[in-house]
Design a protein around this ligand. Structure first.
Ligand SMILES: [Zn+2]
Length: 478
């Protein structure tokens, strides 16, 4: 466990005093190997099933000292927006090589939307190495659905506090970049009431301060462009901030927590027929989405049973549109407009359960969260460059059978293409370049990182032949 020294000035801050308790509590020994962590959740058998479906990580052979003191010290309570800011600030101060605090924007009432990026950087390293996939975990889009908000905050503390001692956490932060947004709707949370299992009158707390349901406020893949433009003029600041955030970072995988049910829901949330419910509306990547949903549900002792809150969901998962249709949702926006594959995960029957339930909820969700995060490493990843090794931005990675969902390369020429095991033909295409030959790959997802598959593209333009052969004698001779 890390030793933390404090200055007297810091110790006068009330929020920091609670943090001192967090940081100095006695860690507990939780087991002797990776499976023991799952056993702590009374869920070893299910964890084994999920482990088979997710990349393997090295099983440590020595006792792991794991620090989860943050769950009970200080006594469980929901952090308000100011406390989230203080917590993220302190995590950044204490773990500068792991944590970076930032804000994605402001709410109607001017509250900051606090975020934390977690990844292991080398000493003084500013740039993260190539091909490290970005994940996001978000919550509280409906301000009165609060459990996920606190799970995200527990996750932030768990990952930072345990990086030094827990190989699984080390592996995760050494190979992925995890962005946490505990509240997408801080104004709604401030208006909601702890212990209220249903929304208040007029959905106060569920909506933002302007009374808008933010999970109906995103651009929708099925609306025509005119409607999208009209709606964009009225877009709420919280939605606009999330849209800009999602578009500005090459997220690969995402979880988005809600409450009022216990189920992992995957896109799409609507269909062309616009039926109210009971009809599936599936993406081309249904196999990946089912893997993600099963991974979360199978590791959650209640969700996997599929019977809760007067609902029945086979294996604890559902297609969004089959459950009930919604338009303008965040989940579909992620998949339809970006490279990011997002799940909507409903965590509790009661929307705003009392804080006393938080420790047990962390125990239920911890393994699910960790296993889901590892799924950023399934499939293939690589670089698309020109013959000189320069990255090609916005190239398309097209997979046979999944042509309707090309993945675009980043500014650094990187791509990540989540895939379930199988044989695939993968091709890279970019404006101004000849398409690559299709490369056949056998994806097994048996390694801790995605299969590496790079592409080098040649210019399409023949008019430059004279120039390229002129420079060629200097630069292209091997
Ligand atoms: Zn919700």
């Amino acid at each position: 466990m890390r030793v933390i020294s404090l200055t007297p000035a810091q110790a006068t801050c009330a929020s920091f005093i609670s943090f001192i308790v967090i940081m100095t509590s006695i860690p507990k020994v939780i087991g002797v190997n990776a499976n023991s962590t799952a056993a702590a959740n009374n869920d070893a058998a299910i964890a084994d099933v999920a482990a088979a479906a997710t990349p393997k990580s090295a099983a440590p052979s020595v006792a792991i000292v794991e620090d989860e003191s943050f769950i009970t010290h200080p006594p469980p309570h929901y952090l308000d927006n100011g406390e989230i800011s203080a917590l993220f600030g302190k995590l950044q101060d204490l773990f500068p090589h792991l944590a970076t605090k930032y804000s994605i924007g402001k709410t109607v009432k001017g509250r900051q939307m606090h975020a934390l990026a977690l990844t292991a950087r080398s000493e003084n390293g500013k740039k993260v190495e190539l091909l490290r996939p970005l994940i996001k975990v978000t919550a509280n889009l409906h301000g009165d659905e609060t459990l996920g908000r606190q799970m995200v905050l527990f996750l932030a503390q768990y990952l930072t506090l345990n990086y030094a001692n827990v190989p699984e956490v080390q592996q995760l932060l050494n190979t992925t970049e995890i962005h946490l947004l505990p509240s997408c709707n801080p104004d709604g949370f401030a208006a909601a009431k702890e212990g209220n299992c249903e929304s208040l009158l007029n959905y106060v707390g569920r909506t933002n301060a302007a009374g808008i349901d933010l999970n109906r406020d995103f651009p929708d893949r099925l609306e025509n462009q005119q409607v999208t433009q009209l709606r964009s003029h009225r877009r709420q600041p919280e939605t606009a901030a999330i849209i800009n955030w999602v578009l500005s970072k090459p997220f690969v995988l995402s979880a988005n927590f809600h409450g009022g049910a216990i189920v992992a829901s995957y896109p799409y949330d609507n269909s062309i027929a616009h039926h109210e419910c009971c009809e599936e509306s599936l993406t081309p990547d249904d196999r990946v989405f089912k893997l993600m949903a099963h991974t979360y549900a199978n590791n959650h002792p209640i969700m996997r049973q599929g019977h809760s809150c007067n609902d029945t969901f086979t294996d604890g998962i559902t297609n969004g549109a089959h459950w009930y249709e919604l338009n303008g949702g965040m989940q579909d926006f992620n998949y339809a407009y970006t490279n990011c594959f997002e799940l909507t995960i409903e965590l509790s029957c009661c929307k705003f359960p009392t804080a006393a339930t938080l420790p047990a909820e962390w125990a239920r969700n911890k393994r699910s969260l960790l296993q889901l995060l590892k799924l950023a490493h399934v499939g293939v990843k690589g670089l698309v460059t020109d013959a000189s090794g320069y990255p090609i931005t916005d190239a398309s990675i097209v997979v046979s059978g999944l042509e309707d969902k090309p993945i675009r390369t980043t500014k650094r020429g990187e791509y990540w293409r989540l895939l379930t095991p199988g044989l695939y033909n993968v091709q890279a295409l970019a404006f101004g370049y000849q398409p690559s030959e299709p490369k056949q790959v056998h994806v097994t997802n048996e390694n801790s990182e995605a299969l590496r598959l790079d592409f080098t593209l040649s210019p399409l333009e023949t008019n430059y032949d004279g120039i390229s052969s002129f420079y060629g004698q200097y630069f292209f001779r091997h």
